[in-house]
Write a protein that binds this ligand. Structure first.
Ligand SMILES: CC(=O)N[C@H]1[C@@H](OP(=O)(O)OP(=O)(O)OC[C@H]2O[C@@H](n3ccc(=O)[nH]c3=O)[C@H](O)[C@@H]2O)O[C@H](CO)[C@@H](O)[C@@H]1O[C@H](C)C(=O)N[C@@H](C)C(=O)N[C@H](CCC(=O)O)C(=O)O
Ligand SMILES: Nc1ncnc2c1ncn2[C@@H]1O[C@H](COP(=O)(O)OP(=O)(O)OP(=O)(O)O)[C@@H](O)[C@H]1O
Ligand SMILES: N[C@H](CCC[C@H](N)C(=O)O)C(=O)O
Ligand SMILES: [Mg+2]
Length: 486
């Protein structure tokens, strides 16, 4: 693509060299540079892309976009100085791929919990309604029927535009994507045109990265601040920070809520392990999804679908045939009558919601066993909170490993245990090996008891010291049930 065209909408501070060039690729990683590519130097969390400018030009990059011009200038290369190279990258990527986010309707969902659920539900609803769409989520990326393994909840802006362009090419009319706080902070959504933006909730997570809860709120809020006036923003009126998100947005404002007045109002009429009877804007219907928090997720998906002009009855019909989302409150019933819930709750709020949802459904005779751990190299302050919640809200908590990554597992477990209150000391045990922990839960469980295996949901690995070992909670449960004959 012609460089001058590529630079549209980018505020250039200074240029060295010619703009009469054809660019073969836009890259931000020197290891991916190919002949005639444009390399954008980004300041990262570990290193500074500016230090790879020379190695990029050696590998064939002919254009460098950066915030500081290097001291050594190569006459064969064009240098473009910008204020913020990660923002420039967003516009370069959009331009390079033909601005695909303007050619379909892009829907972004942000919030601590529920993003994967809401975006996946929307993808499935629109499929039932007869539309081809794209899905960008933690579990997988989908472009129509094609499934691509996911690497990030919100991938980098080049990859995003590349996938959106492919979606446009095959005729997708909609794209549903998760917008993570890391993604917003690192400008991974810069230059995208969102038609609808949804907010689920905000609770404790990622304080290792954002440092304070206030910063975390502002990161999410930025997504709404930057919407265009043609966009629609839908927020959760039940969340105490729901209105903060829309404070400064130019978009049309809408609300959804289960507990308070809202444009999209829902009520949970009945709930058990098989599903829920719901009432949305005075229409009743059944869903196989369960857990009150999923009523909130469904309500947001319903609100978004209606704002996109879908017919209400058809949307409710599509909702009533939805399947559960991979690893989100998925249930397995053993031959012996033990109930398992596999859920991706890896934050205190998510764990609390799952345990509360089960406690609302179970009777006093049915015990609740909770197997969980916490990831390494992630927000450590979640750990004691989750220890407290799990022991408070279940009959027995079995603390185990999640993805220790580069951390010492014994130390992670110690930090979880530190949050357990003395009166609950008798209600937990720690078994570092996750398979052994699940085995212990099965051994302890009697018919009708409920075993929650939390934290990993759809994941099919355990990451230990940079190596991903195969591990699948659902598979492990089924295997052990067969071995143990329960
Ligand atoms: C902390 C974090 O978010 N890091 C992301 C960030 O990498 P970074 O800032 O550490 O990059 P860096 O290593 O410092 O390098 C700086 C620059 O130099 C470049 N470089 C580096 C080395 C080299 O040889 N040549 C070169 O050009 C790099 O490509 C980069 O452009 O930018 C990279 C490219 O986009 C991301 O892949 C990377 O995600 C890492 C792998 C990650 O684990 N991120 C997680 C925390 C994340 O983003 N999670 C959220 C979900 C969170 C949630 O649950 O809500 C997500 O959206 O997935
Ligand atoms: N609306 C909600 N409110 C509170 N908890 C929820 C809600 N929706 C889902 N959860 C809990 O959070 C877990 C993760 O859900 P989901 O994967 O949809 O969230 P996410 O926002 O995509 O998370 P991530 O940031 O890890 O991608 C679920 O397994 C469930 O325990
Ligand atoms: N997107 C989340 C996933 C956490 C999943 C959990 N299994 C863990 O490893 O902590 C994160 O990166 O914080
Ligand atoms: Mg997700």
């Amino acid at each position: 693509m012609n460089l001058e065209k590529l630079l549209q909408r980018i505020q250039v501070l200074e240029t060295i060299g010619t703009l009469e060039r054809e660019v073969s690729e836009v890259v931000f990683d020197s290891r991916r540079v190919v002949e005639d590519s444009l390399y954008v130097a980004l300041k990262g969390t570990v290193s500074d892309g500016h230090s790879y400018i020379n190695s990029s030009t050696e590998k064939g990059a002919k254009v460098i976009v950066c915030e500081q011009l290097p001291s050594e200038i190569n006459d064969e290369v064009t240098y473009i100085k910008v204020e913020d190279s990660s923002k420039a990258l967003g516009h370069l990527a959009s331009n390079f791929y033909g601005n695909p986010s303007e050619k379909l309707k892009l829907i972004g969902v942000t919030g601590t919990n529920g993003k994967t659920t809401v975006t996946t539900l929307l993808f499935d609803i629109f499929k039932t309604l007869g539309y081809q769409s794209a899905l960008i989520s933690t579990v997988e990326y989908r472009i129509g029927d094609e499934i691509i393994p996911s690497t990030h909840t919100t991938p980098d802006i080049v990859r995003l535009n590349q996938m959106l362009a492919k979606a446009v090419e095959i005729g997708c009319e909609y794209a549903f994507m998760e917008v993570s706080s890391h993604g917003i902070s690192q400008n991974r959504t810069e230059g995208l045109h969102f038609k609808v933006a949804g907010f689920t909730n905000i609770t404790h997570d990622h304080l290792d990265y954002h440092k304070t809860f206030q910063n975390y709120i502002y990161a999410k809020k930025r997504f709404f601040d930057e919407l265009e006036d043609s966009a629609i923003a839908i927020t959760n009126a039940d969340d105490k920070n729901g209105s903060v998100m829309l404070q400064n947005t130019k978009a049309k404002k809408k609300t959804f809520a289960l507990k308070t007045m809202a444009d999209f109002h829902g009520k949970v009429l009945e709930v058990d392990f098989n599903g829920m009877l719901l009432n949305f804007n005075n229409k009743e219907f059944w869903t196989t999804l369960t857990g009150k928090f999923n009523a909130s997720n469904l309500l947001l998906a319903y609100g978004i679908a209606l704002e996109l002009g879908m017919n209400e009855d058809e949307v409710l019909q599509a909702i009533s045939v939805l399947q559960r989302v991979n690893g989100r409150f998925e249930t397995i019933k053993s031959n012996g009558g033990i109930f398992f819930v596999v859920d991706y709750s890896h934050t205190p709020d998510a764990l609390e919601n799952v345990l509360d949802s089960i406690n609302e459904i179970r009777t006093k005779n049915e015990r609740l066993i909770c197997v969980f751990g916490c990831g390494g190299d992630r927000d450590k302050t979640k750990r004691p909170e989750m220890g407290d919640i799990a022991t408070k809200k279940s009959t027995l908590a079995i603390i185990t490993s999640d993805n220790p990554r580069t951390e010492d597992l014994a130390q992670i477990i110690k930090e979880i245990e530190a949050g357990i209150q003395p009166q609950n000391f008798s209600k937990y045990t720690s078994i570092p090996d996750r398979r052994e922990a699940i085995k212990m839960a099965i051994k302890f469980a009697e018919p009708k008891d409920i075993v929650v295996v939390a934290g990993k949901g759809h994941e099919t690995y355990q990451e230990i010291n940079g190596v991903k070992h195969h591990f699948d909670d659902k598979e492990t449960i089924r295997e052990l049930l067969q071995l143990m004959g329960k």
